[in-house]
Design a protein. Structure first.
Length: 421
């Protein structure tokens, strides 16, 4: 359905672009051939925070430092099948957005080819040159910032892409109305059609952005971190709504995220990227169980993953068995008793207490501190629980030493489940 072949996109960071201050000065110096020492020209820029915890990467300028060019996308080839939700996953700055924007027609790659079905959207360096403009690619896009029009009502936000179509392609008013209302229905926004767009909640605004992307019935839906502005709970529920919706309407979709759990939970297949290159392409299970290299293993491994099984209900929560012990979780994920699930617990969602479990609350696991690493604004622990090693991230006032007996307490609201059947 979507084919990307040998895509390359470089940026000349010397022109300013995203680099500021010291980094830009340094790059300029390097471009002139002074002070070239090859220490990650891209040190600031978009890299740096790496919410995933694997640290920033920076795509680094070429080793001899001749010019401050970043290979944001460095020879990417993939095939996305009809109806798939295909994710690009990787740390900040690895080239996900640039790849997506190239498909959208918002970036002009240096070389490579992009095709959707029988239509070539972009080609350069393969004997012909072709670059279809954004508005003629027929793609739907949703980005991290909702990008809804605040001065418009919900209905008008969705109708807009149809209304601005050229005169001979614009549907008649009643057809526009029907199309808009049917998309709003699917998104459960029909009751809000006359409401001002800004008077919607964050989750509703993001559904509105999705409605607007879908109303033109695009051949391909492009999503760039569409959930990352939402709080954890809403993110998890929308994640599954998005997956259900994508499956219901069967639209081929490309999803960009730096969040391993999100990618595992949503995707048919995942491409893990680093420094503009593909590290591995596979199903969530393949990526998790058989990482192709150390980078993938470590990137996926920044959360605690446990193979669990649903064993019952406890009020509003599900009860699970895991190799670390029993667990209760609140989740919007549709599961049933007996289902195998991947239990994902982020290091910052576990708290440590001194001594043995009290038995007064669920999700207390007896453990022993294996190592401690001080990170300045946080402390990382490895805690042995049963036969598992759990990573725990605490604030720096929490002081335990190796061999201390502790209780690890897992917040039932912050456990993610990824169905694995
Ligand atoms: N317009 C630009 N000018 C200069 N460098 C850019 C530009 N856009 C992206 N880059 C660089 O390209 C690399 C990939 O960026 P991006 O595709 O945004 O990564 P991701 O979406 O994975 O975080 C980064 O090093 C980034 O700094
Ligand atoms: Mg990005």
């Amino acid at each position: 359905m979507l084919v990307i072949e040998d895509l390359v996109k470089t940026f000349n960071t010397d022109k300013g672009g995203r680099l500021r201050g010291a980094a830009r000065t340094r790059d300029r110096a390097r471009a002139k051939g002074t002070g070239a020492n090859g220490t990650g020209a891209n040190g600031t820029g978009a890299s740096g925070t790496g919410a995933s915890g694997t640290g920033a990467n920076g795509t680094g300028a070429n080793a001899n430092g001749a010019a401050a060019r970043v290979r944001a996308v460095d020879g990417v080839s993939i095939e996305v099948r009809e109806g798939e939700l295909f994710s690009f996953l990787g740390p900040s700055g690895c080239g996900k957005t640039t790849t997506l924007r190239s498909v959208a027609g918002l970036e002009r790659p240096d070389s490579g080819e992009i095709r959707v079905g029988d239509t070539t959207l972009f080609s350069k360096g393969k004997g012909r040159s072709l670059n279809i403009p954004v508005n003629r690619r027929g793609l739907g896009m949703v980005f991290q910032s909702y990008a809804i029009w605040p001065h418009m009502k919900v209905f008008d936000n969705v109708a807009f892409p149809l209304q601005v179509a050229s005169r001979n392609q614009r549907p008649p008013r009643n057809v526009i109305r029907d199309k808009v209302m049917s998309v709003l229905q699917v998104m459960e926004l029909a009751d809000f059609a006359d409401r001002q767009a800004t008077k919607l909640s964050g989750g509703q605004q993001q559904r509105l952005a999705l409605a607007r992307a879908l109303v033109t019935e695009p051949a391909l839906l492009l999503l760039d971190e569409p959930l990352s502005n939402l709080d954890a709970k809403l993110r998890e529920s929308l994640r599954f709504e998005l997956k259900r919706l994508q499956q219901d309407i069967g639209i081929t979709s490309i999803y960009v995220t730096h969040d391993q759990i999100e990618a595992l939970a949503l995707s048919s297949r995942i491409a893990v990227m680093k420094d503009g290159q593909l590290m591995q392409v596979g199903t969530p299970l393949e990526i998790y169980q058989r990482p192709a290299n150390k980078f993938v293993a470590e990137f996926i491994g920044t959360s605690n993953f446990l193979d669990g099984r649903i064993v019952g209900r406890a009020g509003e929560q599900w009860r699970l068995d895991t190799p670390a012990g029993p667990l209760q979780v609140s989740t919007g994920v549709p599961v049933r008793v007996g289902d195998p699930v991947l239990v994902a617990i982020r290091p910052e969602c576990v708290t440590l207490r001194a001594g043995a479990p009290t038995g007064r609350e669920p999700n207390e696991w007896a453990g022993e501190v294996v190592t401690r690493g001080f990170l300045g604004d946080s402390v990382d622990f490895v805690v042995r629980v049963a036969d598992e090693e759990l990573r725990v991230r605490s604030n720096p006032t929490v002081i335990f030493d190796a061999h201390d007996e502790v209780t690890a307490v897992v917040d039932p609201e912050r456990v993610s489940l990824v169905p694995m059947s």
